[in-house]
Write a protein that binds this ligand. Structure first.
Ligand code: C2O
Ligand code: CU
Length: 460
């Protein structure tokens, strides 16, 4: 799929132009371009793309490619193995990952395994930049409980661009506790990577960020424009990732039916919870059950974003299911962190600083003792939302004061990313008991991250 030869490019504009030319899409004079968007006939939607599966030992090659968006449209993109989004990696707790990255881009890159607890050398820190043409072997044991994680580049000041142009994929960890729940699986378990995007006049993805964060005018689910999904009269499990650089979604079903939320960033919640709406910031994940069991064939249900007024994904109930599935009554227990020995303060300032400091790749801002439970307090002096993300450990959100003033049901359990709005103070408990070494805390509004709202720390 697509073109994945290295192109030796020098700028984003060159990248787009070269990708078009190399795909043979640019006619003489550079005017007429195949694949340029044409307005779809009213009501026409495209089948939802399901990324191919990969194992945790399959290699990944990052390179430019031409990718389908649905409805016959294509775009130049940066893609893993030519796929947009990248392959969905599935691995089991107790197994291991051994993933060879080849960099076919014209600039350096790394892969960060967002949500995975991995050694420093496998964490994709910008210090471990992989040069164009070079490779890097990411090796780590899969130690955490079942959850949806994701992988994306993390190069110094170029993360926003590389992610926005297409480099991201899901990484699902399975375990025995999860298997015992008998959740919907196979065709009844569907990843949904939701993001926004902008396209140039030729219909190719462009990265045109603002300092306040990239705002895309168009939404994509699994890389598909205006998607639909044919569903059976069954219970479905959706593994949802907000893969946007900066956008916040408020998800709801137009049928008024609730979601049954069973998990988030760090795996299962303690109990399923029914919710009419869920707010999802950049990098946050959801494990959602949606119940189509009692709907007549022919019913259509729309997954909406109430913030943007977008009709993200249409579910078309087309077939009677033979096995309808069951909502689990209980979920695996969570051990609660408690008794923090110290409190650390993180002020997310302006658009580029934490505690008055702009990111310096060579400066280590603080040290955290291994295995010690700490309280981390996140505040901001403005320019929020700041989706705060920590590498190297998951945390448990304790409180939010000011602003929205509550911890939402989708913020219970284990998290690695939490939304901080203006006037809010969010407190979490965290303990690094995976590895010693160099990790990051940063704003996952990728434009803020790239401008310096990031900090190195060392687990010692
Ligand atoms: Cu998903 Cu440090 O990032
Ligand atoms: Cu921010």
């Amino acid at each position: 799929m697509g073109n994945d030869t290295p192109l030796g490019l020098s700028s984003r504009r060159d990248f787009v132009r070269t990708a078009i030319a190399s795909a043979g899409l640019l006619a003489a004079g550079g005017v007429r371009v195949l694949g340029a968007p044409r307005p779809p006939p009213a009501g026409a939607r495209n089948p939802l793309n399901i990324p191919p599966l990969a194992s945790s030992t399959s290699p990944l090659r990052a390179a430019s490619a031409v990718v389908p968006l649905g409805g016959g449209k294509t775009s130049s993109a940066l893609a893993y193995n030519g796929f947009f989004p990248g392959p969905t990696i599935r691995a089991s707790r107790g197994g291991s990952a051994d993933i060879m990255l080849t960099n076919g881009l014209s600039e350096g890159t790394t892969i960060h395994w967002h949500g995975m607890i991995v050694p420093e050398v496998a964490d994709g820190h910008p210090k471990y930049l992989v040069a164009p043409g070079a490779g890097y072997r990411y090796q780590f044991p899969i130690v955490q409980r079942a959850c949806l994680n994701w992988y994306h580049p993390h190069p110094h000041m170029m993360t926003g661009e590389q992610v926005n142009l297409g480099l991201a994929g899901a990484f699902i960890v399975n375990d025995a506790e999860e298997a015992a729940l008998g959740l919907p699986s196979g065709a009844y378990e569907v990843p949904l990577i939701i993001r926004d995007a902008n396209f140039d006049k030729s219909g190719n993805l462009i990265y045109n960020p603002k300092t306040t964060g990239f705002v895309g005018q168009i939404f994509l689910v699994n890389g598909t424009l205006d998607p639909y999904l044919n569903v059976d009269t069954a219970l479905y499990r959706f593994r949802v990732l907000n893969g946007s650089n900066a956008r916040i979604y408020r998800l709801a079903l137009d049928s008024g039916a609730p979601f049954i939320l069973i998990g988030n960033d760090g795996g299962f919640l303690e109990t399923p919870v029914q919710l009419d709406q869920i707010e999802l910031g950049p990098a946050e994940r959801l494990d959602l059950l949606v119940d189509f069991r009692n709907l007549p064939v022919g019913t259509k249900v729309m997954l909406k974003c109430l913030n943007a007024g977008w009709n993200l994904l249409e579910f078309d109930v087309t077939r009677q299911a033979s096995v309808a599935g069951q909502i689990p009554a209980t979920l695996p227990p969570i051990s609660k962190l408690s008794n923090p020995v110290t409190t650390r303060f993180f002020s997310f300032e302006g658009m580029s600083k934490i505690n008055g400091l702009r990111y310096d790749i060579n400066r280590i801002d603080f040290q955290v003792p291994f295995g010690q439970t700490e309280r981390w307090r996140f505040t901001t002096n403005g320019n929020a939302p700041h989706p705060v993300h920590v590498h190297g450990a998951s945390f448990q959100v304790q409180s939010r004061s000011g602003g929205r003033g509550t911890v939402f049901p989708w913020e219970r359990g284990w998290k690695d990313s939490v939304l901080l709005q203006d006037f809010e103070t969010v407190e979490v408990l965290i303990r690094f008991d995976g590895y010693r070494g160099l990790y990051l805390i940063h704003c996952h509004k990728l434009e803020h991250e790239d401008m310096g709202m990031m900090s190195n720390f060392e687990v010692v």
